[in-house]
Design a binder for this molecule. Structure first.
Ligand SMILES: Cc1cc2nc3c(=O)[nH]c(=O)nc-3n(C[C@H](O)[C@H](O)[C@H](O)COP(=O)(O)OP(=O)(O)OC[C@H]3O[C@@H](n4cnc5c(N)ncnc54)[C@H](O)[C@@H]3O)c2cc1C
Length: 377
């Protein structure tokens, strides 16, 4: 018997944020029979910026397999976006500079974000409470944590997990000195691939993942997303997912106009792709990279995903690391409920492991990957 062994005990885990990491954790805990309640500030699953493609890599797929029931794992594959066949680097006249075929990957897939969120919500029922924003927490006398909500109500549980994204309220309270680097700006949108658009789209932009290299380090990526229709999930039309990386802050300018301005003298097809996007779906966001943090000492409160180790989105890493966090934390909490380790130990083991791999991934992104946003820009 290990000296860390404790009494088996039921847990009630409270999660701030029903995004990718928080919902995956909820699935993983529900699968293990651990009580969980997720508080999500959005009123509905479709709210927020859900209209982009997400690359789920081998790590992310492994975590989904671990946390989700097998029927939902199958659904991820069935609802995935048809894989692109070619990656190209182009100049602004769409002249190819470099191209490489994309072989069918052995693992991972690409999902529309809304599709993934809907799959992650399946079966969670009342465990997820929409329209409930977490505003704070406090420790209560019996070693539990009490979560405060914007509606004035409080809920008490054994552990609070801050999975509330880059602007995390929970992190702001638990690790107030956490810092980020602003490493650029992104304007992104999507343009429905209706038959008329497909009829004039240059071949090089069809079923490819393309990066257009503009002047001054500005670049635009365009990816064809043909979402497989699955009954029960919102039908997403085929679309071109595009994003423009900027090194200046577009400020308060309307994002659609910023994008149109950047591509103003680029190839007509690129101008038209941007012009035909729904302006309401074109968004501008700062690109931030978290600086490493020390493990925090707040009892009964931990963090997961972008809330602790946000990275710029273009690398396809953020959600995958959040998925991995969910799987790692799930296992430590299973250990705690089975009496193998005390809950406090489970939290420390999770945080040590998560902080090590997440910030190692961060360093690798900042130092080795091509087309990294320039720091200090
Ligand atoms: C354009 C774009 C493309 C991307 N592509 C990829 C990709 O291909 N692969 C990849 O791995 N990653 C990608 N990412 C990054 C990925 O989306 C994030 O890293 C991932 O969503 C992080 O998951 P999370 O659960 O930590 O946070 P989120 O998914 O952001 O979820 C946080 C949730 O918390 C909620 N919330 C916030 N505050 C509160 C509060 N106070 N109370 C209650 N709820 C709250 C929010 O509404 C949200 O639902 C991309 C990001 C963008 C913007």
């Amino acid at each position: 018997m290990q000296s860390t062994e404790s009494q088996p005990r039921p847990l009630h885990v409270l999660v701030a944020g029903g995004g990718i990491g928080g919902l995956t954790l909820a699935q993983g805990l529900a699968k293990a029979g651990i009580a969980v309640t997720v508080f999500e500030r959005d009123a509905h699953a479709r709210d927020g910026d859900q209209g982009y493609r997400m690359v789920v890599n081998a790590d992310g797929e492994r975590a989904l397999r671990d946390c989700l029931p097998s029927a939902l794992v199958d659904l991820c594959e069935r609802a995935s976006i048809a894989p692109a066949t070619l990656m190209t680097f182009l100049d602004t006249d769409l002249e190819p500079r470099f191209a490489k075929p994309l072989p069918r990957a052995d693992s991972g897939y690409v999902l529309n974000r809304l599709t993934l969120r809907e799959i992650l919500l399946a079966g969670l029922g009342e465990r997820v409470q929409f329209g409930r924003r977490v505003t704070g927490y406090d420790q209560v006398g019996d070693g539990r944590v009490r979560v405060q909500l914007a509606d004035g109500l409080t809920v008490t549980g054994d552990l609070l997990v801050g999975a509330d994204g880059t602007d995390s309220t929970v992190r702001g309270l638990a690790v107030p000195d956490a810092e980020f680097d602003l490493v650029g700006h992104l304007v992104r949108g999507r343009t429905v691939l209706h038959p008329e658009l497909a009829s004039w789209l240059p071949e090089i932009l069809i079923d490819t993942v393309s990066r257009v290299l503009g002047p001054g380090g500005v670049s635009m990526s365009v990816a064809t997303c043909r979402v497989r229709r699955v009954p029960g999930l919102t039908a997403v039309p085929d679309y071109l997912s595009w994003s423009i990386s900027l090194h200046h802050d577009p400020g308060g300018a309307a994002p659609h106009w910023v994008a149109r301005d950047v591509v103003g003298d680029w190839h007509p097809a690129l101008r038209r792709i941007v012009a035909e996007a729904d302006p309401a779906e074109v968004v501008s966001l700062p690109l931030r990279a978290a600086r490493p943090v020390e493990r925090w000492s707040v009892g009964n409160v931990t963090l997961l995903g972008d809330a602790v180790h946000t990275v710029p989105p273009g690398r396809g890493e953020g959600a995958n690391v959040a998925l991995r966090d969910a799987a790692v934390l799930r296992h430590r909490l299973i250990d705690a409920t089975r009496g193998r380790i005390p809950l406090a130990r489970a939290k420390v083991e999770y945080e040590n492991e998560m902080l090590a791999y997440s910030f190692a991934a961060q360093t690798s992104i900042r130092t080795t990957k091509p087309y990294a946003p320039r720091s200090g820009a």
